[in-house]
Design a binder for this molecule. Structure first.
Ligand SMILES: [Zn+2]
Length: 166
C-alpha cells in the first residue's frame, strides 16, 4: 500500500519539473547561440565580444569543422578557474565541466534518446503486465529517469538563457 502511494506521489514529480521548465521558458530569453559561438561566457553569460566581424565568424566556422570547443570563458571566470585548479577546488571545476557537457551536441542526442525511452517504458510495462502477467516497476523507473532528465533540462535552460528584459 505504502509503495503504491509512494509511486503515485512520485509520478507527479516530473510534471512539477515540466511546469517549472515551461514557466522558466516563458520568462527567459534563449542565448545558446551566443554562448556556443563564444560571444558570451559559458559560465557567467557575460558578453566577451561586442563587435562581430567576418574574420571572427570564419575562425568560428573553422573551429566547428575541426570539432574544437567554440565556447569560451570571460577573463574573470577564467581567473576563477585558474584559482580553483590551483587550490584543487573540485566544485567549481565540476560545475564548468557540467556546463560544457550540457552545451555539447552529444548531450542533445543523449537527451533525445532518454526522453523517447521514458515514453516507451510505461507502455512496455503495461504490455509486460497484461500480455505476460508480470507485475513490474517499469513506470516507476520511467518516473525516476524523467525526474533526472527534467532536472538536467532545467539546468540546461538556466545555463543557456538570461531573464527577459522588462
Ligand atoms: Zn564569465
Amino acid at each position: 500500500m505504502t509503495s503504491t502511494l509512494f509511486s503515485l506521489l512520485f509520478s507527479f514529480v516530473p510534471f512539477i519539473l515540466i511546469f517549472i521548465y515551461l514557466r522558466m521558458l516563458r520568462k527567459r530569453t534563449l542565448i545558446s547561440f551566443y554562448i556556443k559561438s563564444g560571444i558570451r561566457c559559458y559560465s557567467c553569460k557575460d558578453e566577451i565580444i561586442t563587435i562581430m566581424d567576418e574574420e571572427y565568424f570564419n575562425s568560428l566556422r573553422k573551429m566547428e569543422e575541426e570539432e574544437k570547443d567554440t565556447y569560451r570563458l570571460c577573463t574573470s571566470c577564467e581567473r576563477n578557474r585558474s584559482i580553483d585548479i590551483l587550490f584543487s577546488k573540485k566544485r567549481g571545476q565540476i560545475m564548468l565541466e557540467l556546463k560544457k557537457f550540457i552545451l555539447s551536441s552529444k548531450y542533445d542526442k543523449i537527451q533525445r534518446v532518454i526522453i523517447i525511452g521514458c515514453m516507451a517504458l510505461p507502455i512496455l510495462g503495461l504490455i509486460v503486465k497484461y500480455a505476460f502477467g508480470f507485475e513490474n516497476h517499469l513506470s516507476d523507473v520511467s518516473n525516476l529517469i524523467n525526474t533526472i532528465i527534467w532536472s538536467f533540462m532545467i539546468f540546461q535552460l538556466r545555463t543557456t538563457t538570461i531573464p527577459k528584459e522588462k
